[in-house]
Design a protein around this ligand. Structure first.
Ligand code: NOJ
Length: 746
C-alpha cells in the first residue's frame, strides 16, 4: 500500500518535472530538504486554483463539536481535492478512511493533515494546563505533552491546536484554565517545554505532533473577562507582556500559529497584516503556516471590517492567513478573487507552500498512513506508565492554600472519613475542559482515590450535599449526618468541569450555587475539615477561606485526579505546587496580578488612613493568595541572600532551610525590581526559579545567574534594552514573601 502510494506520487511528480522544469525557490523552507522543496514547487506548478484553495481549507469532521458550525460535506470535498486538513477526527480506522478518500479519489493525492485539540492529554488526561503550570516542573510538563503526542499519533493525529500561551490576568475569562497563568517569563518557559514535548526533535517521526501556538495575539485580555470580547492595550504592554510567549514558541520551532478571535487596537487578528506578516513572519522569522481560529475569517463581517465573505477572505489572505478553519471563506472566494485580479497567484502559492511544507515535514508524502497503525493504537493508549506519571503529575499540580493546625495530611489515627460535596464522586467533572479523547468513565474520582489508598480499617462515606450550581439544599441534612458520624471531613467543592473553558466566562467567580452554605454548616460541626477545590480558574473564596481550616487547590486533575489528590491528602506526597495566577478577594479587584506598577500615589500599609492614594475604600489592595503562593507540609526559611555584580553578570545566592519535620520540594523564586527607568517598571518581575528537594533539617544554597540582558525591557520605540541603575533582587517562597537586597548595575 505504502509503496504503491510512493510510486503514484513519484510518477505524478516526475511527469510534472519533465513537462515543466522547475527551479527550486524556497522562501521559508527551514527544515525542508532541497529535494522536498523541488517536489513542492513541482506540485505548485501542476495544481489548479481550486486544488490550491483546497490545501488552504480545514474542516471539522463532527466527531467533536468545538465551535458553532458543522460541515456535512467534508467527505465530498476531500474526494474533490478541496480539503487540506481535517480536525476532530481520530482513531486509526477513521483517519485511514478519510486519508484513503484523499489518496484514492482526489486528482493529486495530496495527503491530509489531521488536527485535534490535544490540550492536556489525548486519552490519558493530565491536569488542566493552569494546574500543570502550578507544578513549576518544566520537565513534567514536557513529558505530559510527549505522552499526549504518543497517544494522539497512535490514533491517527499529527497536529495539535496547542499550546495555548495567552497571558491571563482576568479569572472571569473562562479560558484561563488552558494557559499557564499571568506571568510572561514563566509562560515563555512553559510554552517552549510544551512545543518540545509535542514536536520532539523530529517532526517526521511517527510519534510527534505538529504544534500550534495560539491564540495570536493577546486573546487572553478580553475586556471585562468576556470571551471573544475586544482587546485594547498599549503597544508597550503588548510587546512586554503579551507577545513574548508566542515568540518563544516560534523560537522553539513551532510548526503552526493560530490567529485569535479578538481585535487588537481596532484590527481583528485574522485581518491583521502587521501582526501576521510584518511581526510574525518578517520580524520573528516564523516559517510554518498560519491557521485561523474557528470561522474567524467569517467573523470579520460582524467585527465590522468586511462587508461580505469575499472581502473577508481577501483581507485574511492579504494579512498572511494561510489556512481557513471551518469557515469555507477561502473555498468560496479565493478563486473568484484571483480571477477578478484581487489577489495574486504568488499570494496563493506562498500560502499553499507552507502547508505543503508541513506535510513534507510530517513525512506524510513518504507514507500518508504512518499514523494509522492498529497495533500501536492497541498498545500505546492509557499505558500503566502513563497512568502512574499522570497520578504523580496531579499531586504535583495541587496547591495547598491553607493548613491551619496541620489539618492536612489526614492523620493516620482517623477511622471514618466523610467525603462531602458535589465534586467528590463526579467522573464527568474530573477531565475539565478540552479533554480531547479522554473518557470520563475512566477517571478516578476523589472518592475512588481515597478508597484505593486507605486501609480496610478506615471507612469512607460519601454524601453529595448539593449540586455544584443550583440552589437546592434538600441534601444538606444527609451531609450533616455524615459529617457528624465521621472523625474527619473532606469537602469536595468547586465548579463543574464545563464552567471554565471557551465561552465560559463568569462575572461572579465565588463557589457557585449553595456550596458556601454547605461548607459553613459542615465546618460548624467542629470536625477537622479539609476542603479540596476543583476549578478551572482562581476563585474568590474569601468566605470559604475564613471558615475552612485547610484548603487544597486541585484544579481538574484528569484521568488520575482522585488518586493523585488522595496521595496529597493522606501525606504520601508533600504538596509543592505554587499558584501561577493571583486569587482575588473579590471580582472588583480584577484585573489583579503580581507584576503591577507602583503608580504615582502608591498605597502604604503603614499609613492606612491616607486618602489620596491608589486603594479601595472597601477592600484591601492585596489579593487573597498571591502569585507564586503555595504551602507545604514542611516549612522553609530563607536567609543569607548574597549578590555580586561583575560586568554583565549578576550572581545571586540564597540559603533555604527546611525548618519543618519532613522532606519537601520548594519552588525558590527570584524577582527583580528596576527602581528607576525611562519607562515605569513593575514592582516585581519573575526572572528565575528553581524547584528543589530539601530534606528535613537540610540547608541548601540556591544559586541564580542572571545577565544584564535579563534586565531589558521595551521602550516607546519598541526597542528592548536595559538601563543601568539601582535594582532590588528579591528571593522567596512566593511573590509577596521575599527577602531582598539592592544592587547597582552599571
Ligand atoms: C476554537 C478555539 O478557540 C480554539 O482554541 C480551538 O483550537 C478551535 N476552536 C478548534 O477546536
Amino acid at each position: 500500500m505504502q509503496n504503491m502510494y510512493k510510486l503514484k506520487i513519484a510518477v505524478i511528480i516526475w511527469m510534472m518535472l519533465i513537462s515543466d522544469a522547475v527551479q527550486s525557490q524556497n522562501p521559508g523552507d527551514q527544515g525542508i530538504s532541497s529535494s522536498d522543496n523541488f517536489k513542492i514547487e513541482a506540485l505548485l506548478r501542476t495544481m489548479t486554483i481550486d486544488e490550491k484553495v483546497g490545501q488552504l481549507s480545514l474542516f471539522i469532521s463532527g466527531w467533536d463539536v468545538t465551535g458553532p458550525t458543522l460541515n456535512n460535506n467534508y467527505k465530498k470535498l476531500i474526494k474533490e481535492g478541496k480539503v487540506g486538513a481535517i480536525f476532530n477526527a481520530y482513531t486509526v480506522d477513521y483517519v485511514r478512511e478519510l486519508q484513503k478518500m484523499a489518496l484514492d479519489e482526489s486528482r493529486l493525492k495530496i495527503p491530509l493533515i489531521f488536527g485535534y485539540d490535544v490540550i492536556h492529554g489525548h486519552r490519558t488526561i493530565f491536569p488542566i494546563p493552569l494546574g500543570q503550570a502550578c507544578s513549576w516542573d518544566l520537565a513534567a510538563i514536557e513529558k505530559s505533552e510527549r505522552i499526549a503526542a504518543q497517544e494522539a499519533t497512535a490514533e491517527g493525529l499529527n497536529w495539535t491546536f496547542a499550546p495555548m500561551v495567552d497571558i491571563t490576568r482576568d479569572p472571569r475569562w473562562g479560558r484561563v484554565d488552558e494557559g499557564a497563568g499571568e506571568d510572561t517569563w514563566l509562560d515563555c518557559a512553559i510554552a517552549q517545554a510544551r512545543v518540545k514535548g509535542f514536536q520532539g526533535t523530529d517532526l517526521a517521526a511517527n510519534n510527534t505532533l505538529l504544534a500550534c501556538a495560539k491564540h495570536f495575539a493577546a486573546y487572553g485580555a478580553p475586556q471585562a473577562g468576556r470571551d471573544y470580547n475586544t482587546v485594547d492595550m498599549s503597544q508597550l504592554s503588548l510587546y512586554e507582556w503579551y507577545l513574548p510567549p508566542y515568540k518563544a514558541c516560534v523560537d522553539a520551532g513551532v510548526g503552526s500559529v493560530m490567529t485569535s478571535f479578538n481585535e487588537i487596537a481596532g484590527v481583528p487578528s485574522t485581518s491583521n497584516k502587521w501582526l501576521l506578516t510584518d511581526l510574525l513572519r518578517n520580524s520573528w522569522g516564523f516559517k510554518g503556516f498560519v491557521v485561523t481560529d474557528f470561522t474567524a475569517i467569517n467573523e470579520l463581517i460582524p467585527h465590522g471590517v468586511a462587508t461580505d465573505l469575499k472581502e473577508a477572505a481577501k483581507l485574511a489572505l492579504n494579512a498572511g492567513v494561510d489556512m481557513d478553519m471551518q469557515g469555507s471563506a477561502y473555498l468560496n472566494s479565493l478563486a473568484d478573487l484571483y480571477n477578478g485580479k484581487k489577489i495574486t497567484m504568488k499570494q496563493l502559492d506562498d500560502a499553499v507552500r507552507v502547508v505543503l511544507q508541513a506535510k513534507f515535514k510530517l513525512g506524510l508524502f513518504d507514507d500518508p498512513y504512518r499514523y494509522c497503525n492498529k497495533e500501536r493504537q492497541e498498545k500505546e493508549l492509557m499505558t500503566p506508565e502513563s497512568q502512574s506519571f499522570a497520578r504523580k503529575f496531579v499531586a504535583q499540580s495541587c496547591v495547598l492554600l491553607k493548613n491551619q493546625k496541620q489539618t492536612l495530611p489526614i492523620p493516620a489515627t482517623v477511622r471514618t472519613i466523610a467525603l462531602i460535596g458535589p465534586l467528590g464522586d463526579s467522573k464527568k467533572d474530573m477531565l475539565g475542559n478540552w479533554s480531547a479523547a479522554g473518557e470520563s468513565e475512566k477517571c478516578v474520582t476523589l472518592l475512588e482515590g481515597i478508597k484505593n489508598r486507605v486501609n480496610k480499617n478506615v471507612s469512607v462515606i460519601y454524601e453529595k450535599g448539593c449540586n455544584a450550581n443550583d440552589r437546592d439544599k434538600s441534601s444538606f441534612g444527609n451531609a450533616l449526618k455524615a459529617a457528624s458520624s465521621a472523625d474527619y471531613v473532606i469537602l469536595a467543592l468547586g465548579e463543574e468541569g464545563g464552567m471554565s473553558g471557551e465561552a465560559s466566562s463568569r462575572s461572579n467567580i465565588d463557589l457557585p450555587g449553595v456550596q458556601n452554605e454547605l461548607a459553613e454548616i459542615i465546618i460548624n460541626t467542629g470536625k477537622p475539615v479539609a476542603v479540596v477545590l476543583f476549578n478551572g480558574r482562581p476563585l474568590t473564596i474569601t468566605k470559604l477561606n475564613t471558615l475552612a481550616p485547610a484548603i487544597l487547590e486541585s484544579w481538574f486533575g484528569g484521568t488520575q485526579a482522585g488518586n493523585g489528590i488522595a496521595d496529597v491528602l493522606l501525606g504520601d506526597v508533600n504538596p509543592s505546587g505554587k499558584l501561577t495566577m493571583t486569587f482575588p478577594r473579590n471580582e472588583g479587584q480584577i484585573p489583579i496580578f503580581y507584576n503591577a506598577k507602583n503608580t504615582g500615589r502608591p498605597y502604604n500599609p503603614a499609613d492606612p488612613g491616607a486618602k489620596y492614594v491608589s486603594r479601595y475604600l472597601d477592600c484591601s489592595n492585596d489579593p487573597l493568595f498571591p502569585f507564586g503562593y503555595g504551602l507545604s507540609y514542611t516549612s522553609f526559611t530563607y536567609s543569607n541572600l548574597a549578590t555580586t555584580v561583575e560586568g554583565s553578570k549578576i550572581n545571586v545566592t540564597v540559603q533555604v532551610t527546611n525548618s519543618g519535620n519532613r522532606d519537601g520540594e520548594e519552588v525558590v523564586q527570584l524577582y527583580i525590581r528596576d527602581k528607576v527607568g525611562s519607562v515605569t517598571r513593575p514592582l516585581k518581575e519573575l526572572k528565575g526559579f528553581q524547584k528543589v528537594l530539601i530534606t528535613k533539617g537540610e540547608i541548601k544554597t540556591i544559586e541564580f545567574n542572571l545577565t544584564t540582558a535579563d534586565l531589558a525591557f521595551y521602550h516607546p520605540d519598541l526597542k528592548k534594552y536595559w538601563e543601568p541603575g539601582e535594582f532590588v533582587v528579591y528571593v522567596g517562597t512566593n511573590s509577596a514573601e521575599t527577602i531582598s537586597k539592592s544592587i547597582s548595575v552599571k
